[in-house]
Design a protein around this ligand. Sequence first.
Ligand code: MN
Length: 735
Amino acid sequence: MSKDKILTADEVIEQASKYLSEEDTAFIRRAYDFAQDSHKEQYRKSGEPYIIHPVQVASILVELEMDPVTIAGGFLHDVVEDTNVTVEDLENTFNQEVAMLVDGVSKLGKIKYKSKEAQQAENHRKMFVAMAKDIRVILIKLADRLHNMRTLKHLPPEKQRRISNETLEIFAPLAHRLGISTIKWELEDTALRYLNPQQYYRIVHLMKQKRNEREYYISEVMDEIQKQLDEVNIQADFSGRPKHLYSIYRKMVLENKQFNEIYDLLAVRVLVNSIKDCYAVLGIIHTCWKPMPGRFKDYIAMPKPNLYQSLHTTVIGPKGDPLEVQIRTHEMHEIAEYGIAAHWAYKEGKNVDQSTQSFDEGLSWFREILEWQNETHDAEEFMESLKVDLFSDMVYVFTPKGDVIELPSGSVPIDFAYRIHTEVGNQTIGAKVNGKMEPLDYKLKTGDILEIMTSKHSYGPSKDWIKITQTSQAKNKIKQFFKKQRKDENVAKGKELVEKEIRSLDIEPKDVLTSDNLKKVSEKFNFNNEEDMYAAVGYQGITAAQIATRLTEKIRKKQPKTEDLEQTLEGVQNEIKAPSGPSKKKDSGVKVKGVDNLLVRLSRCCNPVPGDEIVGYITKGRGVSVHRADCPNVQTEDVKHRLLPVEWENNSEESKQYSLDIEISGYDRRGLLNEVLQAVNETKTNITAVSGKSDRNKMATINMTIMIHNISHLRKIVDRIKQIPDVYTVRRMLQ
Ligand code: MN
């Protein structure tokens, strides 16, 4: 590539006209005129008129002999980003294809890259390719980056380093994968110059020192080969093989080699007209000089996955030094230099439609190459990144920190949440995509920035999530949650049954439910731990009586009858002096073990309902107030001595109702509140208060006070509400 020469637009168009039709040449000139007009009065950091940049980008594309649409795209690639021109303008002025290419390039420009991790670099490359959709977008972007690297000296050092890093990690590997080695080498060498100037100039210097000596030797070798070829009438061109600075640098750093160890390898390249001639030349070289074993590679029979074809061999040269020879046809050489661009190089005489068609053919041909190639080693490296990238259905989205996450296309924010962490998934209540609240079944797009909103009070995932999610990871985690939740329910139920059974033996549960005792008994019944034991009682794998009998074995022998509890309660009764009556007791639906006529009321702080685990608190003069066992108000040490066991009455009538507050959050859309009210109504539940609000992120919050019979009634309501589309969470409020 002509690095240093700045071409005028006329020169670029003139060069393109050598392979474009008159009509196509006029088309790209029109693109240039439009760009020139749009960018006028804009200047680059170097002080030059801005239009110089797009012209050089187009010139690189002309060198790759790209089709007229791509070249027009090169001229116009910055107009949408930097001027008032819109994608629609381009579609109207030129055509849909040009507009699509420029739109693609502008979008790629918005991807922010910052990570240093190899995996992240890989994901960024994938995101890039996935977002480009058309490979010509990447070719324009590579040309754009190449010219920016050539003019990097005008930027401040900090920017130079950042851009060089990005070039090494994203753009050079992309160029490599597309087989465009000319661009790849130049990107790498230029990046090295800014990232490690000392090493760069040292290698330049070392290479210069030996140049004359080497050039003389190589020309001797070429003469010798030429003589042999003349005898058999084979036409060939020769070239020395330039070593690239960055590849030398890499070997020095990665393989810890000295400059001489790398650069001592002499290399000659022979270009011939046919594949037959390639093998003929190989035979001649092998008869002239002794081949080194294990160094022959036939990339003609087995091309590299980035389309590279050539024969490689290393022989012991005339002076006893190893000499590497590469033999290939002119056409293979084109592909080695220009890769995928060479294959698609635009040939004169085709109209635009045909060129598009051949483009698609090129793509499928390329795909096939990739597919049958995947056994070779290099192929693996290539396949991993390119095949998956270009042709698979993946989306690439950002975390708020800028990491890229790869997900199958069709994924929704819940998939993303579970990819971050199981707990994040389980507590998800909403998602912001690019700063805006979106429903949880929003289909992610490559380039989206995702922020998951979670709440500790979330009721957990909804069963519907299994249907919306795309990844098996998320589906499995959701299923696990429900499995575990059922276990938790069984554990709670089992515990309740066992405690009840113990009390029926007139023993205070806490006296026998010591960890020692529980451990012993669960071992006796062959359970892993007490949880498993309770769970087994819960799903009736074993009866509560069996467990309770074992647990109380010792204590029953010692104390056939406990009087402590009754004494305590007697004291309480005296202290309370409550107006006793069955009606009071009935109102609450709660019974204090072994005592009648005690003033019992349900606390307002946590609104317990039948089915909740509860505990009684002996108030001063106002009887026993019943709290949920997990109510924060009864957790502190100083209230412990005033607590006493209470339980729901078994025959609690269905008609009895308890007031309870719930909060529903979801995506604020028309009709949401109505649907929630209707859902609650369907469960025959009375609503005593309701209020709703919505924030600027379109997050709706509905607070509701409802009258319920028991915990399973509540569960029914919650399940029903959660079936409403766009409802994220339902939670029960502590007041
Ligand atoms: Mn640009």
